[in-house]
Write a protein that binds this ligand. Structure first.
Ligand SMILES: Cc1cc2nc3c(=O)[nH]c(=O)nc-3n(C[C@H](O)[C@H](O)[C@H](O)COP(=O)(O)OP(=O)(O)OC[C@H]3O[C@@H](n4cnc5c(N)ncnc54)[C@H](O)[C@@H]3O)c2cc1C
Length: 383
């Protein structure tokens, strides 16, 4: 697979590896404690072009394939999850709707600013009564002259605090529901009627925030329907297509975290051996290490293979769900084993394993819970 990657990509990958090892990881626990990524560190991520990984080159992005993007995400998640989260929505759910279905004018207007990292894009779908069942959203958009009037509330919106634009999904015809009655909009943060609630106090992802986003008679220009007026009513399809790719991304996040946790465990066991413990005394730990490495190997193969299929134009909806459920549940299992393996150190907050344990749990919730992934997989099997 490596042979198919360009030299330019390999250089970028190795620059990111250096950034992770020399800058991001050494301050990982400090970021955790202060609940903030220093702005000069965000600048370094920006300088590598990582805010625009999948955005086509003609709109200022890196134009990476799915596989290339996933390789970078795997690398950047071998440390605190908040770094990936800071760039994640701009690369994925926040901007991909515009990439897939936006008009040429929308692409020119928004994508280069997002790709440069000057603007952050967020994605507003979830509502207090519509999480897994996204089809139950009630945020409404009513045409009023040259504007749409949006009313409703979206919750758990990642990067709402730093976002300049929100890809927002709203109901434009409740009689049609998701079959022609839901529309996606690009809403700018300064449009009148949009406000942001306080940050959620989450168990993990310190340094990355989710907020409520409230639309109260929020006036959005008519031309801000993603894809323009012919796409009115077609926004649910756009949102679901965006989520397909997002699931591969979360698989890569869980894989990167798992690889780092395995490395921490290997170091720990080697130290025990250096301190005089025999291999026989450490046999249980060795078997667990072997199982961790085996699952990581399987996860990597299914992730890369699905990305390659997606890059060849295949529909990977079921595979993306399999990747998400397998990789994220593997990461939680590895975190749990790692807490045991590190003995008394495993539960200390001065140790990254405790951070990973909380962070990887969240990967099982957003962009579709494990139950929802299993529903998608079995629906395909039984149709
Ligand atoms: C860190 C984080 C970041 C997020 N970022 C964003 C964002 O940027 N934009 C955005 O729009 N949303 C975001 N979300 C919201 C996220 O997508 C939802 O939390 C998720 O879809 C689950 O919805 P819910 O929390 O309402 O849970 P519910 O849908 O109420 O589910 C509760 C439980 O019931 C189970 N369940 C639900 N339906 C079924 C079913 N049919 N069959 C079996 N079990 C079922 C679920 O699996 C879950 O265990 C984020 C969430 C988190 C935690």
């Amino acid at each position: 697979m490596e042979n198919n990657l360009s030299d330019a990509f390999k250089t970028l990958h190795s620059k990111l590896r250096d950034l992770v090892q020399n800058t991001l990881d050494p301050i990982s626990l400090q970021v955790e404690k202060e609940n903030k990524i220093p702005e000069d560190v965000v600048d370094k991520i920006r300088a590598l072009g990582l805010f625009g990984m999948p955005i086509p080159k003609e709109y200022g992005g890196l134009g990476l394939s799915t596989l290339e993007e996933i390789l970078l995400i795997e690398e950047i998640t071998k440390t605190n999850a908040c770094y990936r989260s800071r760039i994640g929505t701009s690369n994925g759910i926040g901007s991909m709707g515009i990439v897939y279905d936006g008009t040429e004018k929308q692409k020119k207007q928004y994508l280069s600013t997002i790709a440069s990292g000057k603007w952050t894009a967020a994605f507003a779908l979830t509502e207090p009564n519509a999480g897994s069942d996204a089809a139950s959203i009630t945020t409404s958009a009513v045409l009023d002259g040259d504007h749409w009037m949006l009313n409703g509330s979206k919750i758990f919106i990642t990067n709402a605090d730093t976002a300049h634009v929100f890809t927002t999904v709203a109901v434009t015809d409740e009689t049609k529901g998701t079959r022609g009655g839901v529309t996606s909009f690009v809403v700018e943060k300064n449009m009148p009627g949009l406000s942001i609630g306080p940050a959620d106090l989450k168990m993990g992802f310190k340094g990355s925030f989710t907020h409520e986003v409230i639309f109260k008679d929020c006036r959005v220009p008519k031309e801000n329907v993603i894809g323009g007026m012919p796409m009115v009513g077609q926004g649910f399809k756009t949102a679901m297509r965006v989520l397909d790719k997002g699931r591969l991304t979360i698989g890569a996040c869980a894989l990167g975290a798992s690889e780092k946790m395995l490395a921490i465990c290997i170091d720990h066991i080697k130290q025990k051996m250096a301190a005089g413990k025999s291999k026989k005394q450490l046999q249980a730990a060795q078997f667990t290490l072997a199982d961790m490495a085996t699952r990581i190997f399987a996860a990597r193969q299914m992730l890369y293979h699905s990305c390659q299929l997606k890059d060849q134009g295949e529909n990977v909806t079921d595979k993306a769900s399999m990747v998400k459920v397998f990789c994220t549940e593997m990461a939680s299992w590895i975190a749990d084993c790692a807490v045991d393996m590190l003995e008394e150190d495993g539960c200390l907050t001065c140790n990254q394993i405790e951070m990973f344990l909380r962070d990887v749990r969240l990967y099982r919730i957003y962009e579709g819970t494990s139950e929802i992934q299993r529903t998608i997989i079995s629906r395909d099997l039984l149709k």
